[in-house]
Design a protein around this ligand. Structure first.
Ligand code: NOJ
Length: 549
């Protein structure tokens, strides 16, 4: 069932790292043909959209976010024919495909940068050059563990160039109309191939202005509007998901008037607070950030996630909250990176199923479109000994054979996690065989969410709760309503919950886990007093009963 909203409002996204998903040609690196081989698995999860991490040629010093050719495929992954075959195969299965559009910067290997550093005619100011590295001093450094400054001196040109991320990722100069037009050509190239949209990487940083922190500038918004109009003329239905890691008030302007900038934006600050709520056994951190989340245009949507390919970012929390999160979730220094925690979802939950389920139940009932990060659906582990964020980007564990069904090569591009999360213990084949596996539960969760237009396309409120341990979410859309109750506490909870917005309506307990005494699926009650009985980390989704007149 879907709502009458744009298609992506009811969607569930699956984020996948091509290098790590499935290696079809046996060279140890995952590839596009490998993704095609596993599309049935992706479809069977019940997701609608596959988001591929960058797939273009790159020296891979930032796993492809350092692009050296925007209109080709990295040779390890295949070629443009393979990409078109992937689009066809995905579309045949009702799946859409998006990939990253890295607007802000290129690799220093990109021919544009090579030309610019030599002051080649026409490319001289495609990047941000200066003799004075004191410029833009108010801009923070983002990769605090590896970069001391946003300026790096280039011996070839004899000037400094600007970069918000790694020093090998020079920022493009968006003041130059040729740059803007070149990036539009890139967008057109992929849309003409039939791609269904983009995740727009790092968009707050496109422009720099003296005396500002060089984030969220009006010039940036103006360019994004220009880009949106350009895309609308080619593919008005495209899913455009902006990566804006900012507070909600600073993120809101990226929605524009609802139709002229980004239709979808990640809700970054809610993510660490879901984790904090779990750690504290209290729903208050979630309430706190949702109270500070402004209404967004009805045509737009938040995108929510628990984990992704980066560190669990703690940029949008206070110093005190960060200290708490590090203490709770990253006790060892190796677990920390930049301003965040480089661990996967299951290890962060000590591999405990109740917590993993609870977090996903919250994810699927928060306002917005959810994303699942590949491998989290089977509870994959990580390897904090690997550098940078590589420990959360290890190969997908398909079975317990050699190469874990990922590759027949004896030397996959990265090792598998060891110990209890090694492929012998955690893999798709075993999960398929076990009717009680996390994988089967995830499929049921996603299917249940997709049965309810209220979740996704609906209107959301977090209701007052008689018990601070309980997060109570109400979502409504026409004749659909879902009340989702989540017990953040590691102890049982029992309350009678009134839902005045549904007064006089009869609700039934339709989905749940770790239900307490007296509660069971199918239980009916009037919205005046829902008998909430939840075990430790339990959750219950109530919806309008068929019997409701
Ligand atoms: C955000 C991406 O998520 C991250 O992986 C990357 O390192 C930076 N952008 C720089 O492109």
């Amino acid at each position: 069932m879907t709502s009458d909203a744009p298609w992506w409002k009811d969607a569930v996204l699956y984020e996948l790292y091509v290098r790590a998903f499935r290696d079809a040609d046996g060279d140890g690196h995952g590839d596009l043909r490998g993704v095609i081989e596993r599309l049935d698995y992706v479809r069977d999860l019940g997701v609608d959209v596959v988001w591929l991490l960058p797939i273009s040629p790159s020296p891979l010093r930032d796993d492809g976010y350092d692009v050296s050719d925007f209109t080709a495929i990295h040779p390890d992954y295949g070629d443009l024919d393979d990409f078109e075959a992937l689009l066809v195969a995905a579309h045949e299965r009702g799946l859409k495909v998006i990939t990253d559009l890295v607007l802000n910067h290129t690799s220093s290997d990109h021919p544009w940068f090579q030309a610019s550093r030599r002051r080649a005619e026409g490319k001289d100011d495609w990047y941000v050059w200066t003799d004075d590295p004191q410029r833009y001093a108010d801009a923070r450094v983002i990769f605090t563990d590896s970069e001391a400054s946003n300026w790096t001196f280039d011996e070839v040109r004899g000037q400094y160039y600007w970069h918000r991320f790694f020093h090998h990722q020079p920022d493009l100069n968006y003041d130059n109309p040729d740059v803007r037009s070149a990036m539009k050509d890139v967008v057109r190239f992929w849309l003409d191939l039939g791609i269904d949209g983009f995740r727009l990487d790092a968009i707050p940083y496109l422009y720099e202005r003296e005396g500002t922190n060089c984030e969220n500038l009006s010039e940036t918004h103006a360019f994004l509007k220009e880009l949106r109009a350009f895309i609308d003329a080619i593919a008005p239905d495209a899913l455009l998901l902006g990566e804006v890691n900012q507070w909600p008030d600073d993120t809101l302007p990226y929605f524009g008037n609802g139709f002229d900038e980004m239709p979808l934006l990640f809700h970054f600050p809610v993510m660490p607070r879901v984790w904090k709520a779990l750690a504290e056994g209290s729903a208050e951190p979630i309430r706190w950030i949702l109270d500070r989340t402004p209404a967004i245009p009805p045509s737009c949507q938040w995108v929510v996630f628990l984990r992704n390919h980066d560190e669990l970012t703690l940029e949008m929390v206070t110093d005190e909250e960060r200290a708490f999160m590090y203490g709770h979730y990253a006790p060892e220094p190796a677990m920390r990176l930049n301003v965040g925690i480089r661990r996967r979802l299951a290890p962060l939950c000590d591999f405990e199923r109740p917590r993993i389920e609870l977090l996903h139940s919250i994810l699927m009932t928060l306002p917005g479109t959810p994303i699942i990060y590949y491998g989290d659906e089977i509870g994959m582990g990580d390897d904090v000994r690997l550098p940078d964020r590589n420990g959360v980007r290890t190969p997908m564990q398909w079975d317990d054979g050699t190469g874990a069904g990922f590759s027949r090569s004896e030397r996959p591009f990265a090792p598998f996690p060891a110990g209890s999360s090694a492929p012998e213990h955690v893999n798709v084949a075993a999960a398929e065989r076990d009717p009680d596996s996390l994988l089967h539960w995830m499929r049921a969760l996603i299917a249940t969410r997709k049965d309810h237009p209220a979740l996704g396309g609906g209107t959301f409120v977090m209701l007052p709760s008689p018990d601070p341990a309980l997060a109570v979410f109400l979502s409504t859309h026409h004749d659909d309503a879902v009340v989702a109750v989540h017990n953040l506490a590691a102890a049982p909870r029992r309350v009678d919950l009134a839902v005045p917005a549904l007064a006089g309506r009869r609700l039934e307990l339709g989905f749940g886990g770790r239900l307490g005494p007296g509660a069971e699926i199918g239980l009916e009650a009037l919205a005046e007093a829902l008998p909430i009985s939840l075990g430790a980390h339990g959750y219950a989704w109530w919806w309008l009963s068929e019997a409701t007149p």
